[in-house]
Design a protein around this ligand. Structure first.
Ligand code: HQG
Length: 179
């Protein structure tokens, strides 16, 4: 069997960014057939059966994938660059959320706020520890505090994913503070 990381990285690439690379078709909410994914993995010589796929989905550190209730379909929970309508519920956020980034992005962020960049949404973390992990992916994490409660009361929508990530369209500079 292939290792979990190989399977997970391949799933992320296909289900978030390039379904066409594996001849997969996603529906409007990002779902595709598990059987098609298993066939595509086999086609890439990535050994993975249904049970292994289930275990990758269940043990993934950030719950990046989900299976439909009947186990026949799979999708990425977030992080897409392709167009999908994720049906995450709109929720009132806590007063404060956090965003982990790095020094080199601070100048544009101060000018323009947080933008989705290549994703559909800005991703915000519920606590500093999680934001630190996100920021450390790119260097030494710098933590921005987002006045999410105020931003929501100003009319901005927030959505909460199945794995605890808060999504929104844009965080203007006035709602951000450093540290
Ligand atoms: C920065 C991972 C310039 C932003 C993580 C970030 C997370 C700006 C980068 C999830 C900017 C985008 C999301 C602006 C924001 N000008 N740079 N106006 N606004 N940025 O990866 O939040 O492993 O798209 O600070 O753990 O780092 O994929 O977003 O550094 O949960 O499941 O532009 O991705 O999860 O980077 O990470 P990303 P992110 P997965």
């Amino acid at each position: 069997m292939a290792d979990d990381r190989t399977i997970s990285k391949t799933l992320s690439y296909w289900l978030r960014h390039r379904p066409d690379a594996a001849d997969l078709t996603l529906d409007g909410a990002g779902w595709t057939d598990v059987d098609a994914v298993l066939a595509a993995l086999a086609g890439q010589r990535i050994e993975c059966d249904w049970e292994r796929l289930l275990s990758v989905v269940e043990t993934n550190d950030k719950q990046r994938y989900e299976l439909s209730a009947d186990g026949a379909r799979i999708r990425a929970t977030q992080g897409h660059s392709i167009t999908v309508e994720l049906d995450w519920p709109r929720r009132e956020p806590p007063e404060l959320l956090y965003h982990g980034t790095v020094d080199r992005f601070l100048t544009p962020i101060r000018a323009d706020g947080l933008r989705p960049m290549r994703r559909h949404h800005v991703h915000l973390s519920p606590d500093i520890a999680t934001a630190t992990i996100v920021g450390n992916r790119r260097g030494k994490a710098v933590i921005l505090t987002v006045r999410a409660g105020d931003l929501a009361r100003s009319g901005r929508a927030f959505f909460l994913t199945g794995n605890g990530v808060w999504l929104t369209d844009h965080v203007p500079p006035a709602f951000l503070s450093e540290g």
